[in-house]
Every structure is written in C-alpha cells, then in structure tokens.
Design a protein around this ligand. Sequence first.
Ligand code: HEC
Length: 96
Amino acid sequence: MAKTGLLAPLFALVAALAITTVSSEALADDKCRRVEFKTVAVKEACEKGLKAAKDQMKAFMKKAKIKNCQVCHSSLAPEYKLKPDGLKKYTDAGGK
Ligand code: HEC
C-alpha cells in the first residue's frame, strides 16, 4: 500500500504541529503584557519573557534599595500597572 506509506509521515507532521501549537499557547502566560516600553532594561528582559522581567525588576530594586514593588506599581500580576509616577521613580533611581 503505497498510500499508507505516504500518510504515516503526514500524520506525524500534523501531530507534531498540534503539539507545537499547544505548547506555545501555554507559554503565552510567560510574556509581558506591555507592547510599548519606555525603558530599555525592561524591554530587553521582556524579550526573554515575563520571568526575566521580574528578575530584572528585583535586581534593580536591590541596587536602588527599594523594598516594595508597589512603590511603582499600582497592581502586580497580570497587568503590572504603573502608578502615575512609577516610571519617574524608576528613572530617578537610575533605571534605564
Ligand atoms: C522603581 C520603580 C519600580 C519598582 C519598585 C518595580 N517596578 Fe516593575 N516596572 C517599572 C516600570 C517603570 C516598568 C515599565 C517599563 C517600561 O515601560 O519599559 C515596569 C514593568 C514591570 C514588568 C513588565 C510587565 C509587563 O507585562 O509588561 C514586570 C513583570 C514588573 N515590572 C514586575 C515588577 C515586580 C515583580 C516588582 C517587585 C519585585 C517591580 N516590578 C517593582 C518600575 C518598577
């Protein structure tokens, strides 16, 4: 049966595609919400993912001696909304 011989690899391909789609949807949670960035550091971190952005924020806070995310953010996950002066606080503290 020449037909089955052709179909088997095709099924394998479809299955592989289905798996790829599912896993990239699962990863969507690990992305930053922002599409426009006002800072270089967060933009670069977000290109790697949300976890990298959080790590970047934490490292920055350590350097700037800020103890609380809410100093700049009015909400955390999933939106990470900034307070009106959140960006200013970030740049004043030396953030880029
Ligand atoms: C000194 C102010 C400041 C503090 C403190 C701060 N952030 Fe941020 N954060 C910012 C600014 C400003 C941005 C947006 C950067 C931009 O627009 O490029 C941001 C963006 C983010 C983002 C990207 C969100 C997205 O989905 O686009 C995450 C995640 C984040 N902060 C997490 C945290 C966490 C977690 C903490 C506490 C550990 C924290 N931040 C503390 C200023 C701060």
